[in-house]
Design a protein around this ligand. Sequence first.
Ligand SMILES: O=C(O)CCC(=O)C(=O)O
Length: 324
Amino acid sequence: MAAKEHPYIKGAIEVYTRDAGPSIPRTMAGDEQFYVEKALNNQQWLLHNFEKMARLEEDFGTIGRIKAPSFDDFVSQYISKNRPVIITDAMHDWVPKQKWSFEYFREAHSDAVVGIQDGRESDPHYEQNQRFLRTEVRFGDFLNRIDATESSNDFYMTAGNMGSHRQALHKLFEDAAEIDIRGEYFDFPAEGSLWIGPRGTVTPLHFDMINNFFCQIIGRKRVRLVPSWSLPWVYNEYHVYSEVDAANPDIGLYPEFEKATVFDFIVEPGEVLFIPLGWWHHLESLDPTVSITRKNLKVRLKESYGDGFIKESRLFTPGQAASQ
Ligand SMILES: O=C(O)CCC(=O)C(=O)O
């Protein structure tokens, strides 16, 4: 679609033409770029003001910790407000929290063949290119490698590896099947993704196109969250990913990132972090860790998941974004 046909740009042209009347300079009236920039400026102005208003809250930038409210209260206070929070008391009766350890995993599934990502440190865009880094290993060997590793981002079992796991690690998925919060929050059958890795794994800054309940079962993770409305400042040059290293932002290269607020905190084992749709997140394992993410909420914006969003599947190479 030509930019001028986009409803947002059309609106900008109509308003500008009406306001400027016959005195509108002809060159400007025909200049598509002028209207595209105008429309983008309007969007950025709005998002910038969302940030200003959010900063009026005294403790903006820190994450709240709460006991699980009823689902209806959670919907009205967090989901509908697109607001993150940590629930501290959701897991006490969950089988994974009570039973899971690497020893338990070995007893259940040492010989299972599972997919993991390997070789991440050799590709600066390992998350975007994850399908090229998939490899299959014995689950027991994978766990031994974690035990023998002080710290590494080279290998990690992530949600991207889930396809092969439900069958291979069926005992763990059976354990996780009943996970809910107050018996109220999730639809069944359970959906969930496993994240297992050594200390030192890093999931770079990106957003999810769905509300995410991130359940930390074993070990701790350091989380950096950036509000959804920070879109103009995160250098979102490819699909759902940011170019910025949120742990160590290069402000010389990405100066706009300074305008974003980074919530920086640690999620402890036993805690559930609610990551609202569109909130940017960067996660770093501080210990060998196991997490489960659950996304099949009772209230689900099914139509928002992936709709209208171009899914890129080509190989992403460093420097590509800059040249586009
Ligand atoms: O635990 C991690 O490393 C990343 C989790 C995540 O990014 C997600 O669930 O979207």
